[in-house]
Design a protein around this ligand. Structure first.
Ligand SMILES: [Fe+2]
Ligand SMILES: [Fe+2]
Length: 241
């Protein structure tokens, strides 16, 4: 892979998990901001691009063949993976993290008023994500799966009420931006998920839960924004022309 400051973050993120980890550690948005060049993304994240480029160059040839699987795997396999791995993770994590946040807010809010904001912000994340995933599972993913079956001559595709797959994808992209922004606010309010010196074990567990939630969300949104959605748009073009 030819890597320069002008390579898009999306291309880098697609190359291997190590490259994604470098972006993640540097606070570079590789899922919603995937179309930006590395130079623009580093500027936004306020990090030095030459240093990130150096780290990426050390890593970039360690390509994981599994990564490329998603660029060519059946889309039904990818939608199933997203549902079973990421949507299920979100559904399992929400009640656990919310209950930890409620517990530490009750105990520590007199010294840490930010806990009220964090609890409220995560409540918004939970509400938005549960509705968002329901739309993907009930409307968008079944249509993508049907497009793929039609492309293989297995059934015809009915014109959808949303006209083209680009319309629900547009809404999903907006919703990804919104929830990504809420998680950034939580990251800031929690001082980068660092529990304070007077924080108890539940405090640590709540912040660790939030950090893992954000990390999983980045991978989840990357698979949708950078792999599934562009492939679905291409497939629709091929099936309907
Ligand atoms: Fe999703
Ligand atoms: Fe999504």
């Amino acid at each position: 892979m030819d890597l320069s400051r002008e390579t898009t973050v999306k291309e880098i993120a697609l190359s291997n998990p190590g490259a994604r980890q470098i972006l993640e550690d540097a606070g570079i948005d590789y899922c919603c901001g995937g179309e930006k060049s590395l130079r623009q993304a580093c500027l936004k994240a306020n990090v030095v691009d030459s240093e990130i480029l150096r780290r990426l160059r050390q890593n970039i040839d360690r390509v994981d063949p599994h990564e490329f699987e998603w660029m060519s795997a059946p889309l039904a396999k990818l939608t199933q993976h997203i549902r079973e791995r990421h949507h299920q993770y979100v559904r399992d994590s929400i009640p656990r993290v919310r209950s930890l946040l409620a517990k530490i807010r009750e105990k520590h809010q007199s010294n840490h008023c930010e806990l009220r904001d964090i609890e409220k912000l995560f409540g918004d994340v939970a509400r938005e994500m549960l509705m968002h995933m329901q739309k993907e599972e009930q409307i968008l993913f079944p249509y993508i799966d049907a497009l793929e079956r039609a492309s293989k001559g297995d059934g015809a595709i009915e014109p959808p009420f949303f006209q083209t797959v680009k319309n629900p994808i547009y809404s999903m992209l907006k919703e990804h931006d919104s929830v990504g922004d809420l998680m950034r606010q939580i990251r800031t309010a929690s001082n980068g998920y660092k529990a304070p010196a007077d924080g108890c074990a539940s405090y640590q567990a709540a912040y660790q839960g939030l950090e893992e939630f954000e990390k999983d969300l980045h991978l989840h949104v990357h698979l949708e924004n950078n792999v599934l959605f562009p492939r679905a748009v291409g497939l629709e073009g091929a099936v309907t022309t």
